[in-house]
Design a binder for this molecule. Structure first.
Ligand code: ADP
Length: 190
C-alpha cells in the first residue's frame, strides 16, 4: 500500500496537494484537521473539547487524534493507500501510527515534507482566513502560535523518519502545479 505522510507547517499546502495525490494515485485522504472540524460542526463532545485547543492554535491531545485515526482506519477496507495530512504531529502520534499500520503490515513509505518560508505561510493563512472563515486563520496571534507549536512539537518528527530513510524534503514555494510535480517525482521512486 502507498501510505504517505504529507508533512509541513500550517499553510504549507498539505490539503491542496493531498487533493491532487488522492486522485492521481487513488488514495484515501485522512486529515485530522478536517475530521476535527466535522466533529465540531456535528456538535459532538469530542468536537467541543477539540475546539478549545484549536481556537488557541494548540494541539489537540494525542489520545483524541490517535483514537480518531484508529477508528477511521478500521472502517476502510481495500484501500490502495492512505495520505495522512496533519497527522502525525507529535512523536507519540508517529509511534501510534506505526503500531496501527503494523497491525496491517502496511508501513508508511514516505514522509513528504513541504518546506515554505515563514512569511509566505503567514500570507497564505491570512488569505485563506478571508475565504474559509476559519477562526484560527484570522487571528495573527493564533497563526503565530500555530507556527511556534509546529516548530517545537512537530518539526522533531523529521528526526523520527529520517533515520528510517523515509524523510523527503520538498520545496513548497512556487506554483501549485510545480509543487505537485516535485511530489510526484519523489513518490514514483518510493
Ligand atoms: P493547519 O495545518 O493549516 O494548521 P489543520 O486543519 O491541519 O490546519 O489543523 C487545525 C488544528 O487542528 C490544529 O491547529 C490543531 O489544533 C488541530 N489538529 C489537527 N491535527 C492534529 C493532530 N494530529 N494533533 C493535534 N492537533 C491537531
Amino acid at each position: 500500500m502507498l501510505n504517505l505522510v504529507l508533512f509541513g507547517p500550517p499553510g504549507a499546502g498539505k490539503g491542496t496537494q493531498a487533493g491532487f495525490l488522492i486522485e492521481k494515485y487513488n488514495l484515501i485522504h485522512l486529515s485530522t484537521g478536517d475530521l476535527l472540524r466535522s466533529e465540531i460542526n456535528a456538535g459532538t463532545k469530542l468536537g467541543l473539547e477539540a475546539k478549545s485547543y484549536m481556537d488557541k492554535g494548540e494541539l489537540v491531545p494525542d489520545e483524541v487524534v490517535i483514537g480518531m485515526i484508529k477508528s477511521k482506519l478500521e472502517t476502510v477496507k481495500d484501500a490502495k493507500g492512505f495520505i495522512f495530512d496533519g497527522f502525525p504531529r507529535t512523536v507519540d502520534q508517529a509511534k501510534a501510527l506505526d503500531n496501527l499500520l503494523d497491525g496491517n503490515k502496511t508501513p508508511v513509505l514516505g514522509m513528504l515534507s513541504l518546506e515554505v518560508e515563514k512569511q509566505e505561510l503567514i500570507d497564505r493563512l491570512v488569505s485563506r482566513g478571508k475565504v474559509s472563515g476559519r477562526a484560527d486563520d484570522q487571528d495573527p496571534t493564533v497563526i503565530e502560535n500555530r507556527i511556534n507549536v509546529y516548530n517545537q512539537k512537530t518539526l522533531p518528527l523529521i528526526e523520527y523518519y529520517r533515520p528510517l530513510g523515509k524523510h523527503f524534503g520538498i520545496n513548497g514555494m512556487g506554483s501549485i502545479e510545480d509543487i505537485a510535480l516535485r511530489l510526484k517525482e519523489v513518490i514514483e521512486k518510493l
